[in-house]
Design a protein around this ligand. Structure first.
Ligand code: GLP
Length: 262
């Protein structure tokens, strides 16, 4: 794992977009694992700009989103399918047929979850997985006590997560759905590489626990310590509780892999 700290949210999002663009250019076919949330909005906006101004080509990309609320029709503006269309898909040249978001309206959620995993396998697995982090330490919607080997399934959301996401539902946590379909921690760990982005003071405490604390199912993001190719990209405020900060900066300044990005 490497932790890269940038001064502010814009610089952090910019670097995340550069990493993603690099992967897109390297692969003739790229399977992206995509995330939602406010953090990703900045990154998607930069990717859209790169497509419009620099010709970044998404035509050979496939995508699988991490999660979807259960019970929200896709046309609801708060569904993650709507989010993805609005912030990314409708502004780039990805083939919509190649974009996948779990169907939170499926009658048989277990079958939907199983089929989602099958589709990921059929395309050869996820090459690059983007992640945010929730205040409960969730990745996707893997709330505390999610098994570290869990697969795509339906999951109840904690009151804290519903409160965190209430802003998009007119500020009322009771309007946030109670359940979601989410890739499991085990599904996420199978991605070939992972990029987690965290911005802002509200993430500082949970981020330090996830990166520097013990691996525990109480904090799903701590499972990323097991992954062999994982970058954590954060701004100053999100990094403020990290104790190994000096070393992380040293690695970023000295790893040849980052020469182009410094
Ligand atoms: C939701 C998503 C997570 C995401 C989190 C962070 O809960 N299910 O995948 O990481 O939001 O959201 P934000 O970026 O708005 O802080």
């Amino acid at each position: 794992m490497e932790v890269i700290i940038r001064p502010g949210p814009e610089q952090t999002a910019q670097l995340a977009a550069l990493f993603i663009a690099h992967e897109i250019k390297q692969h003739s076919k790229l399977v992206l694992g995509l995330a939602t949330g406010r953090t990703m909005e900045r990154i998607y906006a930069i990717l859209v700009n790169m497509h419009k101004n620099d010709g970044l080509d998404f035509s050979k990309c496939y995508s699988f989103n991490l999660d979807e609320y259960i019970g929200l029709p896709t046309e609801n503006k708060n569904s993650y399918r709507s989010y993805m269309n609005y912030h990314l898909f409708h502004h780039i040249n990805i083939n919509m047929i190649n974009t996948h978001v779990p169907n939170g309206m499926a009658k048989d959620l277990k079958a939907e979850a199983k089929n989602y995993e099958k589709q990921i396998q059929k395309l050869g697995g996820i090459d690059l997985q983007l992640l945010g982090i929730g205040e409960t330490g969730h990745i996707g919607f893997n709330e505390p006590l999610s098994a570290l080997m869990s697969r795509t399934r339906d999951k109840s959301l904690t009151p804290r997560t519903r409160k965190q996401n209430a802003e998009m539902f007119g500020g009322d946590p009771n309007k946030v759905p109670t359940r979601a379909l989410t890739m499991g921690v085990g599904t996420i760990l199978e991605a070939r590489s992972i990029l987690l982005i965290a911005l802002g003071k509200s993430k500082a405490s949970i981020l330090a626990k996830a990166i520097e604390g013990p691996i525990t199912s109480m904090i799903s993001a701590s499972a990323l310590q097991l992954h062999s190719s994982c970058k954590i990209l954060v701004d100053e405020t999100a990094a403020s509780n990290l104790s190994g900060r000096k070393y992380y900066d040293w690695v970023f300044q000295n790893e040849p892999e980052y020469a182009h990005y410094r």
